[in-house]
Ligand binder design. Sequence first.
Ligand code: AMP
Ligand code: MG
Length: 493
Amino acid sequence: MTSPAFFTFDNSYARDLAGFYVRWQPTPAPRPALICLNRPLAEELGADPAALAGPDGLAVLAGNTVPCGAEPLAQAYAGHQFGGFSPQLGDGRALLLGEVIDRHGRRRDIAFKGSGRTPFSRNGDGMCALGPALREYLIGEAMSALGIPTTRALAVVASGGVVRRERPLPGAVLTRVAASHVRVGTFEYFAAHHGPEAVKRLADYVIARHYPELAGHPAPYLALLEGAVERQAHLVARWLGVGFIHGVMNTDNMTLSGETIDYGPCAFMEAYDPAAVFSSIDHHGRYAYGNQPAIAQWNLARLAETLLPLIDADSDRAVEQASAAVSAFSERFEAHHLKIMRAKLGLDDTGRPEDDRALAEDFLALLHARQRDFTNAFRALHDLAVGVAETERHLHDADDAAFAAWHERWRQRQPRRGSELLAAMARANPWVIPRNHRVEEALAAAVESGDLGPFERLLDVLQRPFTTRIEDAAYTEPAPAEVTAAYRTFCGT
Ligand code: AMP
Ligand code: MG
């Protein structure tokens, strides 16, 4: 059956990587209804938002009509989950519909989540519940507005079907847009099952798609590893800068593009605490806030292992070079993190790195000891720098000598901040982040009462995270401490 061309597809994964996927069709949704459509993103992709919002568009976004030019497929991948290797994961409830070249010339995947069972579903039902689909939409948009590389949602459609979890829930299809869906786990799958030739095909594909500057490089696979290390170091530093906790940094949830992917059990930290963790299954804090750099590096070591035979025919030399590349993560991360912390503190880059690092660490230690909200404290510091004192209560109580001493050090380090530095400080310190209780409240209203008002309002606020709007002040308030203490997030829901 033909349908109007909603997207102009150009499917490089289907074309270049035969054997890396299974062609598969989405399962039709019984009674689809459009819940939300990302109109600016649709336009960016060269699609007509009005057409997507109409009945034919709905049929496409529900998986009921495969649009012209799409070549739906389920991708194969493996992954280390909580440290243990699962050789066979893959798109168990997702399908890549195809790729488009967007208005900026960037190649982007358009994929479904929740479009039914595939050959990779194992015991899963291939479905996605409405709440988690809306959560992914909301957090992806928030991250994007915070300037953090991320996959984004194009649409959420209620399928009209019921998804059985702990209780019956409304089902949904999420349409996700990504720079690509190639994961560390994709490399692991082909290394484990098909050997170096297959890994080389995948690596060549990833280089062409994500690291085109490496074309003709004398050591392209080592350079690919170094490139992935650099992007992840930058990404995780940015996460830390806004208090983001991914929650399930398994290797199948780490992209080669350097985008954040899979907003399952993620959460935003409130009171500063490097051990903050919210995932219901992360009992040992493997994916805690402050552990994320170490885990990213651990995941990159798994990527490195798959590339060893391509890096050097001599296995000792390959290990030596790959280890050096993975070890460089720490230094790369520290450099990005320092840059972000300097921006957050309103410092230029003329100070001694070790002094500025100490200044930042001592500030964080003060927040930790005083259980101060990370986001609000940094914003209050920005307010202090611009001469606004009303929010100082977010930093300390009256007569806090330790804080006063730190404040004096901070002031001495940069007695006058020019307007550029202040602007950079404002951009590094969001006024509003997705507060966990606000997210839950918005999802509950949508799922329990079919009321999308709170979701739409929150989405609107999160799309301008750096803008102070007094009428939105309630969105900057942390959850009551007892709510945060009891807050748990869930994967694969
Ligand atoms: P995730 O926790 O969403 O990153 O998924 C990990 C793996 O489990 C992937 O291979 C998913 O495709 C698969 N998976 C998660 N939920 C389902 C489901 N409801 N049905 C089938 N596969 C699933
Ligand atoms: Mg995943």
